[in-house]
Each structure stands twice: as structure tokens, then as C-alpha cells.
Design a protein. Sequence first.
Length: 230
Amino acid sequence: MNAPRPIFLHGAIAGPSSWGSVPEHFDGGAVVGLPGHPAGAPITDPDRLAEWTARALAELEGPRVLIGQGLGGLLALMIAARYPDVTEGVVAIGCATRLRTLDVPIDPDAAITALLAGSMGEPDGDFGRSLALAMQIVGPATLAADLELVGALDLAPLVGAITCPVLVVVGDGDLWAPLDDAARLAAALAGSHMVVINGARHLVQADAPRTVELLVAAFLARLELTVGER
């Protein structure tokens, strides 16, 4: 039996670079850059984006487990509902049935500063500065498209169709997916589990990278014993 392959889907903040070094700890892991990060034009329609992502994932050797953060987590769960053959399980980090959005200034640089300040514990640290640079390179049009998607995606009609195992991971200081919202998502998913990371905000992998690595590794190990039995 092949070990499940972790595929990382980023959120609205900083694109693929938001994962930092986490994917490097998983042999065979892959990071998928959504349209506009930086190649291609951003897609603002949730259905089209889910279809695009499912096609991209199908080209990667499986079995696959989707590790999604924020917007990427919502997308991973949407794919699990509509394209169940694509994934054996989902780790949804910083997710709820619907994410809340932060109020940000119109000025692009000020918006980046506000988003990072509201999403991670040390936005002025080395990693925070690297994420700010990544967001500046991608540009305001892609950021605006991502935030539009965050506001449009609602998983409530789809949760009943998700049958694969799901691990919901949330920081206790997450403003996008507050604990009560994340708990409602976990409760609506049959057989899911939820883990709260103390001291972490929306970018849990930035605030607690080692914890995220351990949780993903444990989830993959558990699935390795059950892949093919569903």
C-alpha cells in the first residue's frame, strides 16, 4: 500500500510561501500554487477554482491527502465533497464553514501589513517580512481576488457530502476562523477531529510549525493503515 501523499494548498495570505519549511519535512509532498500565485490569472468563482484545482491534483500521483490552510482548507473540503476520488483525507487548518474576513485599508502595502498583523504572532519577524514581500510580488489584484473568494465560499451546503477523514486544526487566536466557528465545522463533519493550538493565530504553520508537522505526520500515518478500505 502506498503512503498517502500530502498536497499543500495555501490560503489568501502570501501564497505557497506561507507554508514555510513545513512541506520539506514530507517525502513526496507537493505544494500547489493557485492561479495568480504567481502564474496565470486569479479565479474568483469558487466552482471554477475547485474544478481547476481538482484537475491539477489528479495529475499528481496518489493516494493524496490535502493539507489546506484558510482559503486552501475551504477549497480542500469543497474538493472532498465534489471530487471524492481526488483525496483520501483533508487537514483543514484555520477553517470554518465560512471564514470571516478582516477589515483592511485600501492601500496595498497597508493592507498587507494589516493582514499579517491579524493573522500571525510575529508579523515583523523574518518569516513575516518574507510573506509581506511575497504578497507584494504577487500584487494587489490577486490579493483582492483571494479575499473575494474568502467572502464567497460557504461550505454549509457541502459538509454532508464529505465522507473522507478530516482533521480540523485551529489556533486559539484565529480571527478568520474563531474557535466556535471552527468547532461548528468539525461537528458537522462525520468522523472528524479538531485540535486547538494555543498561542497560534490564523497562520498556524507560521506560529507553530513543528506542531503542524507532527499533526500532519500523525494524520498521514493513520490514513496509511486505512487507505483502500473506504
